[in-house]
Ligand binder design. Structure first.
Ligand SMILES: NC(=O)c1ccc[n+]([C@@H]2O[C@H](COP(=O)([O-])OP(=O)(O)OC[C@H]3O[C@@H](n4cnc5c(N)ncnc54)[C@H](O)[C@@H]3O)[C@@H](O)[C@H]2O)c1
Length: 449
């Protein structure tokens, strides 16, 4: 098999656009296929349609150099491609299982244009067993491409860093040569990573990532298992936080000491309003559905999911107890993105709290440094979003900090106290200085602290 030189990425979303733009700087000619006309128009101008630090200059430079082409045409790009990466969306169905309609329609269309010897690579997060079904589809079409599962581990907010300085790349499939060819693409990216990082303003890391070749089904299961375990850690921290609230302990102190045990680790033991975004919620429900389909009851994940879904309500209830009543109160919500560093509001706990507050009759003013536009598009009702923190908290009875943006972390007691009408600060992400706020006469409500 010759080394690949031309790559098509199907779906230029959070994952696909980042992957495509970075590979275009690693010596490949890259096409990104995006059927959404609004997204495509923005990308063609050399920008991303979402906020991700460092991504825009990378897209622009690759387009200008002629190495990156965004298109909506399979016909234009797939026939000349040696490798086709699929990174289309895999949202959840109403029953929690994975909706694979985009995965199959993209595979079918790509297969009708792929040349002999090309490799089809699945980057989207799919339930274990999906690769076999896509292979069966190719068989039915009389096509014989190598199929590799190459799950994506990047995090929104640090997507470039994660792709360039990965912990591990996983590639799984029956065809060892094809698996090796896909791992070689990442080796080539690794060779170019420092120069790309300097162009994107990403801080380099000399650490070498791991290259892991597995079976097809293992690769698929690795991805959902990793996300499920992280979700489990968050829900575990939130369960302990609820106990800490009852017994007047501080969950941050608890987790700092528990996480100092190397066998456990401190990461993802932060209590707060729970996980959200386009991955954890659907990956957990997808794993539960996969288990059930195969006669395995993943009760532990059902429990993590239940705990997570109660967290926005738990926090709003705390506020209600403190204020006595939410109806007619003016509440400021700082943070609508599901996490800092992104404009993504999919399944955002901040948005869930806004909804609960509206339902309880509160007047809600909101702020987010990056997610205002996406939040307005996603919210079914009118959302009152203010451009600055001070305008948002002006005359508020209470403020909820719902996303761990640095600008919220750095807020001093005076920045709350002067403009607010009330004194209650709800720290739904446990990032504020409790002692400083309390000493200034504010009422601090954290999660388990
Ligand atoms: N967002 C993350 O942080 C992240 C991290 C790891 C893995 N993943 C996984 O990667 C996959 C993509 O996630 P995302 O967040 O980038 O989703 P996304 O919805 O932002 O992007 C998917 C894109 O695919 C496009 N698309 C749909 N059908 C298509 C088709 N037939 N051909 C070409 N393009 C098509 C959509 O228009 C959309 O822009 C999902 O399976 C997700 O679970 C996401």
């Amino acid at each position: 098999m010759n080394s690949p030189s031309t790559i098509t990425v199907l779906g230029a979303g959070y994952v696909g656009l980042t992957t495509a733009a970075l590979l275009a700087h690693a010596g490949y000619k890259v096409y990104a296929i995006e059927p959404n006309p609004k997204r495509l128009a923005v990308i063609k101008q050399g920008r991303s349609f979402f906020f991700e630090e460092g991504l825009d200059p990378i897209i622009k430079a690759a387009i200008d150099a002629g190495n990156f082409v965004a298109t909506d045409s399979y016909q234009e790009s797939v026939p000349e491609s040696d490798v086709v990466f699929s990174s289309v969306g895999t949202p959840d169905n109403p029953d929690g299982s994975s909706n694979l309609s985009y995965v199959f329609s993209a595979a079918k269309e790509a297969a009708s244009y792929m040349k002999n010897g090309a490799i089809y690579v699945q980057k989207s997060t799919v339930p274990v067993g999906t690769g076999r079904k896509v292979q069966a589809l190719f068989q039915e079409m009389g096509k014989h491409f190598a199929y590799v599962s190459n799950p994506e581990f990047l995090r929104e907010g640090t997507a470039l860093y994660d792709t360039l300085y990965f912990d591990r790349v996983v590639a799984g499939g029956d065809d060892e040569q094809a698996v090796e060819a896909i791992l070689a693409i990442y080796r080539q990216l690794e060779e170019h990573r420092d120069e790309i990082a300097s162009q994107a303003g990403v801080t380099p890391n000399p650490r070498k990532g791991k290259y892991i070749a597995t079976s097809l089904n293992s690769a698929e299961l690795i991805k959902v298992t990793a996300n499920a375990f992280l979700a489990l850690k968050i829900s575990f921290a939130n369960s302990i936080a609820q106990l800490a609230d009852k017994v007047d302990a501080n969950v941050v102190e608890v987790m700092d000491a528990v996480g100092a045990d190397e066998r456990i680790g401190r990461a993802f033991l932060n209590a707060g309003r729970g996980y959200g975004g386009g991955c954890f919620p659907k990956d957990v429900s997808g794993l539960i559905a996969s288990g059930l389909e195969n006669g395995v009851d993943l009760e532990i994940m059902q429990s993590a999911q239940r705990t997570n879904s109660t967290m926005p309500g738990y926090i709003v209830e705390k506020l209600k107890k403190s204020l006595g009543e939410l109806n007619g109160r003016k509440i400021a919500v700082l943070g609508l993105a599901f996490k800092a560093g992104t404009s993504d509001v999919r399944k955002s706990p901040g948005m869930a709290m806004v909804r609960l507050l509206h339902t309880a009759g509160a007047t809600v003013l909101a702020h987010d440094p990056q997610a205002a536009e996406e939040a307005c598009e996603a919210y079914d009702d009118a959302l009152d979003i203010r451009p600055s923190i001070s305008e948002t908290i002006e005359a508020a009875d209470a403020v909820i900090v719902a996303t761990e943006w640095d600008e919220y972390r750095q807020l001093l007691p005076e920045s709350f106290k002067a403009p607010m009408a009330g004194t209650t600060i709800v720290d739904a992400v446990n990032i504020l200085d409790k002692n400083a706020l309390t000493s200034a006469g504010l009422t601090y409500l954290g999660v388990g602290r």
